[in-house]
Design a protein around this ligand. Structure first.
Ligand code: ANZ
Length: 847
């Protein structure tokens, strides 16, 4: 039956490809143009699933396409094989994470091979191999040398379940991205990568990717980096030597500041409270206790009642000397800006909510009823230049009455010599004035935080640093890399808040190579996003023990031309890879600044409208489907199921339909009876037209990732060929061979085993995967046209040149639009239209 023969064909060609190294990338001497096609590498947490089936199908289509277009293609595969799931599975089963991981890799490898993905297997890598993580450690030391890897003690995201810290990017809605536990804050000393040094470049370079990455992903990255432009303003604090700086996006509103707020969990708040009266101190401590249990999400939520404690201290407004009461309130975050704000309740909603809750003054400094455009000054001033009363209507719109802050455009009032200026001009003027007075300056702020990379877990890259008795921390010399993970034997991997490696006595205790003194290794391991931040470059020199990658190879191959993966990596992985790419560029090791020239996000494979999951019991198993239908039917079914970026419902995927189509195509290849070297110049004209239309259209369809349309077009051509053979032209017509060969070389993208089989049946040598697609003959693309006549009451009024395949509706529309017909009908009423496509239209008119 069809599935048995599909499996036989599959096995035959998979063996052929492996034996003949069919899909190896060409070396330096190969001077064809190059394409680097990459699917986000898999995490080996079990068998391949339907998401993999989709992801690696798409990357395979793109890789195969470029080979057919005469390119030297690199399409490598590796495993993102460090990480928590392996460690957790190992803890559950009392096994070695290494064994669990490599066993899964073996299974996934079998899956990929059975699926017919055209990988260059000679470049396979595993991030958990010392040969790989050696270079993570090298990268870490490079960053350290440049001041881009550093240690600091600060409040970090802590997952109480996994007992490890998390990067900001790994906290989703206040919860651990992996296990869903509510994340708490803990003050710890950790290693960070200084990604914030690259914030501007990470943001600005997104513009180059517009149109080449999904817009949504670019927008998510922009929001994540979150650049705000404004000013830093220094406020003197009464009874304190040092001023306190605040970040504001609205320096224009300085005259409207009526109070001052510090984050309760900041060092400043603690210091200010320490000198306050006893009852204030107590109230503050109690409040701080509550705040520490509140997530950042809740603190930023706008519909939560505002809370706070007056510290009985005062800040002095640098523009007018006014005394502003200082409050500690949790809507101000310790780790944004400077952890303190000047509160302008009239123009900031959070400040207004707070002012209304605690009865603090609200002073309007922007008249938002005044137009901001126009040449005339809008604010009336008296002879001394003092503005006369704010514009009418402002009173009942006063924010303390409405509860709505006036955030919009307007003209400055109550603001000294800023009066009359538009908001934008006032911002610029205020910054100039602050700068001149030495009490402020232009400033930028980012939502982006430095990347916390240390993890208190075993199954990761050891951080190559040494801790001396006197507290000094020094790098392991590069010649001594890699620092290998010790054996897991005897180690307790269960989460306990510190790295299990700390207990590996004989590993952790070592000597300083410089002084010979005893030192301790850093017991933490790196976030696995470090591994994936540069892996695409390792594929270029997968076996080198001299360097992470050869810069000459990088210059030949990189950046990645097409990167394909799920939208769940829109921020984390892509942002980190972009950052490390820029660092490597600055080091002079690569000649590009963005790692992925184009990005394709595939949708999900779902089932009956729902996401598949083990817990829902609705998993469709990749291996099972593969066994049942064979790789090609699975691939065709998925490719045909819909646009790449849409979710595909497995319930709508027809593997049976796919099987029938493949069988039909294969049968044709066996029937073709013209000689293998027959010239493609004669034969059935309609079929030739169909073939060349596809030759002309297919490249753009693939480049625009319209794979489903390509499948539909192949089906069409197969049907047309069948019809042509059966309706008299016969299997010996050269046009039939031309059509079937075209189907074979194009079908290779989607159903490569069937394509090879067809190619062989047609009398060619394998592999069809390396055959260059032919050009369409422009002469054959011209549609056949005929002359149709348009009549009014039986009298010929116009002759129309129309496509032979025109429909009745199209022909009628064309005739109705013709000048001569319109004139002939005049204002008479059309009572009947007779259409005989493609030859005739007759309008019966009356009156
Ligand atoms: C005065 C002001 C007046 C402000 C006004 C806004 C409107 P983005 O755009 O998110 O950068 N702010 C500064 N540091 C803060 C912190 N640590 N926690 C909470 N809020 C903080 O927001 C910048 C604005 O958020 C700053 O500008 C400051 O309030 C506040 F009509 O200063 B503004």
């Amino acid at each position: 039956d069809e599935s048995t023969s599909a499996h036989a064909i599959q096995a035959k060609w998979q063996k052929y490809w492996a034996d003949n190294d069919t899909f190896l990338a060409g070396g330096a001497e190969d001077n064809r143009p190059r394409k680097f096609v990459l699917a986000m590498f898999p995490y080996p947490s079990g068998d391949l699933h339907m998401g993999h089936a989709e992801n690696y199908l798409y990357s395979d289509i793109v890789a195969r396409f470029w080979r057919h277009r005469g390119h030297n293609v690199l399409n490598p595969i590796g495993w993102d094989s460090f990480g928590l799931p392996a460690e957790n599975a190992a803890i559950r089963r009392g096994a070695d994470p290494r064994e669990w991981t490599y066993q899964n890799i073996d299974q996934q490898k079998v899956g990929f091979k059975a699926y017919g993905v055209s990988f260059d297997w000679t470049r396979e890598l595993h991030t958990s191999d010392p040969e790989y993580y050696h270079w993570n450690q090298w990268l870490f030391l490079q960053l350290h040398e440049r001041g881009l890897a550093y240690r600091k003690k600060s409040p970090v995201n802590w997952c109480p379940n996994d007992q490890t810290v998390l990067a900001n990017e790994q906290v989703v809605d206040g919860r651990c991205e992996r296990c869903g536990a509510e994340v708490i804050k803990k003050k710890l000393t950790q290693w960070y990568f200084k990604i914030t040094d690259y914030a501007d470049r990470l943001l600005d370079d997104l513009n180059q990717l517009e149109g080449r990455w999904p817009h949504k992903v670019l927008q998510m990255q922009r929001n994540w980096i979150g650049r705000s432009i404004g000013a830093d303003v220094d406020f003197r604090i009464e009874d304190r030597d040092e001023p306190v700086t605040v970040f504001t996006t609205r320096p224009d509103t300085l005259h409207g500041a009526t109070f001052f707020v510090v984050a309760p969990d900041s060092d400043l708040a603690a210091e200010l409270a320490a000198d306050a009266p006893e009852e204030v101190r107590t109230a503050f401590q109690e409040y701080l206790g509550k705040v520490q249990k509140t997530t950042d999400i809740d603190r930023q939520s706008t519909d939560r009642p505002k809370t706070g404690v007056f510290l009985e201290r005062f800040a002095v407004n640098p523009v007018n000397g006014e005394k502003l009461p200082i409050w500690a309130a949790d809507y101000v975050l310790a780790d944004y800006g400077h952890g303190a704000v000047m509160a302008v309740p009239a123009h900031d909603q959070r400040d207004l909510d707070f002012a209304r809750a605690f009865d603090l003054p609200v002073k309007v400094v922007v008249d938002t009823t005044a137009p901001v455009t126009g040449a005339m000054p809008v604010i009336d001033v008296d002879e001394d230049g003092v503005p006369i009363e704010p514009a009418e209507g402002l009173d009942d719109q006063h924010p303390s009455v409405t509860g709505v802050a006036l955030a919009g455009e307007g003209r400055m009032i109550n603001s000294g010599d800023l009066n009359g200026l538009s908001k934008r001009n006032a911002v610029a003027r205020a910054i100039d004035q602050l700068t001149a007075a030495g009490t402020g300056r232009a400033a930028k702020n980012y939502r982006l935080r430095d990347w916390l990379i240390s993890r208190q877990r075993f199954w990761g890259t050891p951080i190559p640093m040494l801790h001396h008795e006197d507290g000094e921390v020094t790098p392991v010399p590069v010649e001594q890399l890699p620092v290998r993970l010790p054996s897991v034997e005897g180690l307790d991997l269960s989460p306990k808040g510190s790295s299990p490696l700390g207990a590996a006595e004989s590993w952790v205790r070592t000597v300083d190579p410089a002084s010979g003194e005893p030192v301790l290794r850093d017991p933490d391991t790196m976030d696995t996003f470090v591994d994936s931040s540069w892996y695409f470059l390792r594929f270029l020199s997968p076996n080198s023990d001299q360097f992470a990658f050869d810069p000459a190879e990088a210059s030949r191959w990189a950046p990645v031309d097409s990167y394909i993966g799920g939208v769940e990596h829109a921020i984390l992985h892509l942002l980190y890879a972009r950052f490390i790419t820029k660092v490597l560029f600055d080091m002079g090791l690569i000649d590009f600044t963005e790692p992925f020239s184009s990005l394709i996000n595939q949708g999900m494979v779902i089932l009956n409208g729902a996401k598949m999951s083990k817990s829902k019991g609705n998993l469709v198993l990749f291996q099972e489907e593969l066994d049942k239908h064979g790789a090609d039917a699975l691939r065709v079914g998925l490719a045909f199921a819909g646009p790449v970026e849409d979710d595909k419902d497995w319930a709508d995927v027809s593997t049976t339909g796919a099987q029938k189509f493949l069988a039909r195509a294969l049968r044709l290849s066996h029937e073709v009876s013209s000689p293998v070297d027959v010239l493609f110049k004669d034969g059935n004209a309609a079929l030739r037209h169909g073939t060349h239309k596809l030759l002309a259209d297919a490249p753009a369809l693939v480049e625009q990732t319209k794979f489903n349309v390509l499948v539909a077009r192949l089906m069409e051509l197969v049907n047309l060929t069948r019809k042509t053979v059966d309706s008299g032209a016969g299997a010996g017509d050269p046009a039939v061979r031309e059509a079937v060969e075209t189907v074979a070389v194009m079908l290779d993208l989607i159903a490569p085993h069937t394509a090879e089989e067809m190619w062989e049946a047609l009398g060619h040598e394998p592999s069809v995967g390396l055959v260059t697609w032919r050009q369409a003959d422009p002469a054959l693309l011209v549609e056949d046209t005929i002359t149709a006549v348009a009549q009014v009451n039986g009298k010929v009024r116009a002759q129309l040149e129309v496509p032979a395949k025109i429909t009745a509706d199209e022909l009628e529309a064309l005739a109705r639009g013709d000048e001569r017909v319109i004139r002939a009908i005049g204002d008479k009423e059309i009572v009947k239209v007779i259409v005989r496509a493609p030859k005739l239209v007759n309008f019966a008119v009356k009156g």
